[in-house]
Design a protein around this ligand. Structure first.
Ligand SMILES: *Cc1c(COP(=O)(O)O)cnc(C)c1O
Length: 393
């Protein structure tokens, strides 16, 4: 065996995304014990920063020691009891994953499906909530498989009006578009470290409202997960009386890096980061249009941070992506499920939402497409980018 030396890639897929050198540097600092007083201070700062970023001053916020799917599993396994009715809005891969988890939790699941590429249908969800008493409405805010934003405020409002709690997947939205747990009245929100928060993969921040914590504490049987049992987790993450109870060993160095990524985000300012994602999307979209390419999703429903671009007729998905990787060290994402071979998923997530990344990706794509028989006017793409950036020619 020899040491592993990863190639230097530019990550512009659906996550993991680019990581700032200072985040990587933080992660390489020497470990302390997970009950060390200095580490407990770091844990407290992370909890506070997550409350800020989720806009969740009254939620309990912690990063779970596993990828974004852990937040999903924790939310469902804690809140849902066997026999509970749940309504799930499904408009892509991740809604489907939550449906499968809810079934495993023993829920009585009603799925409200929308076409892939469209948002979750608020009216049909509302009709289902009206029809029968529902424990929780579950949906994805930013569907990474299709690049669609759903109306989280309206969905949470409908749930609140009909006495249902909410579980919201904000894996791709957090840090990229506005997430507001308090204004929405959302109960459990979860995310992942490797999307717009721009940290390495492997952590899943979760926010749990007071009423969800009460519902979890009042369960008839303990949650069907020990590692993600929210009550046990909080006895580890809370400093009550100065003592923490051992539950698991926190991924110490991963949390150093995550902490630094949160410092980076809050230094920029959450609102500025969100505005940057919107701006870089507008610039990228101008280039995509000039290249003669089209989006899967209608403009009003698009996620700025996840661009689902239709692959032109006759162009081979695999060949283009292989060329981008080989010639440009650039990774973009392919389509999932029914959209495989039909779209590319180009991420402008966190540290990848910069003018340089936008230009780099458009240049690489223009070259690859031209070579593969779909001629792109690279000068026109560049001019469109300049114009969108307000650079005089
Ligand atoms: C990436 C993603 C997940 C899963 O996160 P992992 O870190 O891959 O487990 C869940 N939901 C959405 C919307 C995602 O984009």
């Amino acid at each position: 065996m020899k040491s592993f030396h990863p190639p230097r890639r530019i990550l512009m897929g659906p996550g993991p995304t680019e990581v700032e050198p200072r985040v990587l540097a933080a992660q390489a600092l020497p470990p302390v014990g997970h009950l060390d007083p200095s580490f407990q201070d770091l844990m407290e700062e992370i909890k506070g920063a997550l409350q800020t970023i989720f806009n969740a001053p009254d939620h309990a916020c912690v990063p779970l020691p596993a990828p974004g799917t852990a937040g999903m599993e924790a939310a469902i396994m804690n809140l849902i009891e066997p026999g509970d009715r749940v309504v799930i809005g499904i408009n892509g891969v991740f809604g489907g994953r939550m449906q499968e988890m809810a079934r495993r939790a023993g829920a009585n699941v009603t799925a409200v499906e929308s076409e892939w590429g469209k948002p979750v249908d608020v009216e049909r969800v509302t009709a289902e909530l009206k029809r029968e008493k529902t424990k929780a409405l579950i949906f994805v805010h930013a569907e990474t498989s299709t690049g669609v934003r759903s109306d989280a405020a309206a969905l949470c409002k409908a749930a609140n009006e009909h006495g249902a709690m909410t579980i919201v997947d904000t894996v791709t939205s957090l840090g990229g578009i506005a997430v507001n747990a308090k204004a929405w009245g959302a109960d459990i929100l979860f995310s992942g470290s490797q999307k717009c928060l721009s940290a390495p993969a492997g952590l899943s921040p979760i926010a749990v409202s007071e009423r969800a914590r009460e519902a979890i504490a009042a369960r008839k049987t303990p949650p069907h997960s020990w590692l993600f049992d929210f009550g046990l987790l909080m006895s580890y993450w809370n400093k009550q009386g100065g003592a923490r109870t051992y539950h698991h060993t926190a991924p110490i160095n991963a949390l150093y890096g995550f902490h630094e990524a949160l410092v980076v985000l809050l230094e920029e300012g959450l609102d500025n980061a969100i505005a940057r994602h919107a701006k870089m999307h507008a610039v990228f979209a101008a280039g995509i249009q000039a290249a003669g390419l089209k989006y899967l999703v209608a403009e009003r429903d698009r996620l700025p941070q996840l661009n689902a671009v239709l692959i032109p007729e006759g162009v081979n998905d695999q060949r283009i992506r292989a060329r981008l990787l080989r010639d440009w060290n650039l990774e973009i994402g392919g389509g999932l499920g029914a959209l495989q071979g039909k779209i590319w998923r180009i991420g402008l997530l966190g540290a990848a939402a910069t003018p340089w990344h936008v230009r780099f990706c458009l240049s690489a794509l223009s070259q690859a497409l031209s070579v593969e028989g779909f001629p792109v006017d690279a000068a026109a793409v560049s001019a469109a980018v300049d114009e969108a950036l307000g650079i005089p020619n």
